[in-house]
Design a protein around this ligand. Sequence first.
Ligand SMILES: *[C@@H]1O[C@H](CO)[C@@H](O)[C@H](O)[C@H]1NC(C)=O
Ligand SMILES: *[C@@H]1O[C@H](CO)[C@@H](O)[C@H](O)[C@H]1NC(C)=O
Ligand SMILES: *[C@@H]1O[C@H](CO)[C@@H](O)[C@H](O)[C@H]1NC(C)=O
Ligand SMILES: *[C@@H]1O[C@H](CO)[C@@H](O)[C@H](O)[C@H]1NC(C)=O
Length: 414
Amino acid sequence: MKKVIFFILCLQEVCRASLLRQKTLLTYSLPENRHLKRALGYTEDTYLNFTELATKYRYSSEEHTVITEDGYVLKVFRILSKCKSFSASLPIILMHGLYDSSDLWILSGPQTGLGYILANNCYDVWVPNHRGNWYSRKHLTLDPNKDIEFWNFSFDEHGYFDIPAIIDYVTEVTNKSKLFYVGHSQGTTDYFVAMSLRPEYNNKIQLSFHLAPIAWMKNIISPIPKSIAEITNEIKVILDFLGIGEVFARRQLSHIILEFFCQYVPQLVCGTGLAITTGFLKGSVSSRILAVAFGHLFAGSSGKTFAHFGQLIQSKNFQRYDEGKIGNLKKYGMEMPPQYNISKIVSPVILICGQNDWVSSLRDVDELSSRLGNLIETYVVPKPTWSHNNYLWDLEAPKLVFKKILDYLRRSGT
Ligand SMILES: *[C@@H]1O[C@H](CO)[C@@H](O)[C@H](O)[C@H]1NC(C)=O
Ligand SMILES: *[C@@H]1O[C@H](CO)[C@@H](O)[C@H](O)[C@H]1NC(C)=O
Ligand SMILES: *[C@@H]1O[C@H](CO)[C@@H](O)[C@H](O)[C@H]1NC(C)=O
Ligand SMILES: *[C@@H]1O[C@H](CO)[C@@H](O)[C@H](O)[C@H]1NC(C)=O
């Protein structure tokens, strides 16, 4: 099992590396080739970008650029409130998860896309992309295609640099001192890291919502990440040796292959893929949405992020990246990586979790909730089959999850 996973992971990266060296443009041109996708009969929403999707469904949106302290250039989208009168509400940030992008919040369309639903309810919606994904693959001085240092980040840097930069930008542009935060999966990890490493940002948060929260990963149920975790260090060494920093990106084979098969046999390929990794119940998300989703998923991140999650699973701690003894001494002044101090998170937190989520297990959520400084509620979605991706694309998400969020937003009166 481990060997197979190892082989598949290496294969896609090595193929890409060798193709690039031979300057073959196959993998590089395909993701942008809309003529080909149209000819193959792909659902249009599969390849439209955030702005195009919003425009198609008659929402006004804007594209913003946020630059972090360490020079990463992040793309942040904004969906304007649908309400005519000036909205006095606080802005809302929607933060995506691992190998994902801003698009996940709208790709399922106006009925289930949280971005649209919030705009319908008069909210000012901000949808960022963390460093290194499809939209934020840019730096002031580093070139992501040439400089391996560009990829020297994990969710530790998303939390320490990206989230604070985005909060500063949004509060400044909107002239509001506080905002709301909604994260999914790694988007919640980013928040916990940000608020514990830079606790001064807690007072900029009115309320935060965490769908499928990830901090401790002691009790992860899914067998695949568990097996991969045992070999992440080896994988990282090989990737470093090959000079590969980026994994599961839009221009890589994993994306291209999945996008293709999900157009034709979405439940069989992508439904099964989600089922064996996250506990997803096949058929709980419509075939159309699955097909569209896999055009946007695997938007890319760093191999180091992947390795950091592997370390969480193996160490059974919620801790900073282990750079090795010497690296740790240099970076943290101690031999072992420090723990994230969750009790420093004093901003209000609402955890939303699923009973059949193989990645964010209820027992790990318990560990997190027992340590948070200001937990308002842990809400378990009252449907036994609810899993990691149902929050985003399930037709019942508005009823079972978003209604809860809207109730809290209204009650907070801002
Ligand atoms: C999205 O597509 C539009 C139209 O093709 C283009 O003008 C815009 O730059 C794209 N936005 C991003 C962030 O790629
Ligand atoms: C990545 O950054 C860490 C410190 O954050 C440093 O110790 C390490 O050498 C860097 N690795 C590379 C490949 O630049
Ligand atoms: C920003 O908000 C403050 C009060 O919250 C107000 O006094 C100030 O005029 C506002 N600035 C702008 C440019 O709207
Ligand atoms: C964690 O933070 C709390 C609150 O600031 C503090 O009292 C405690 O000493 C910290 N723990 C560690 C291990 O640093």
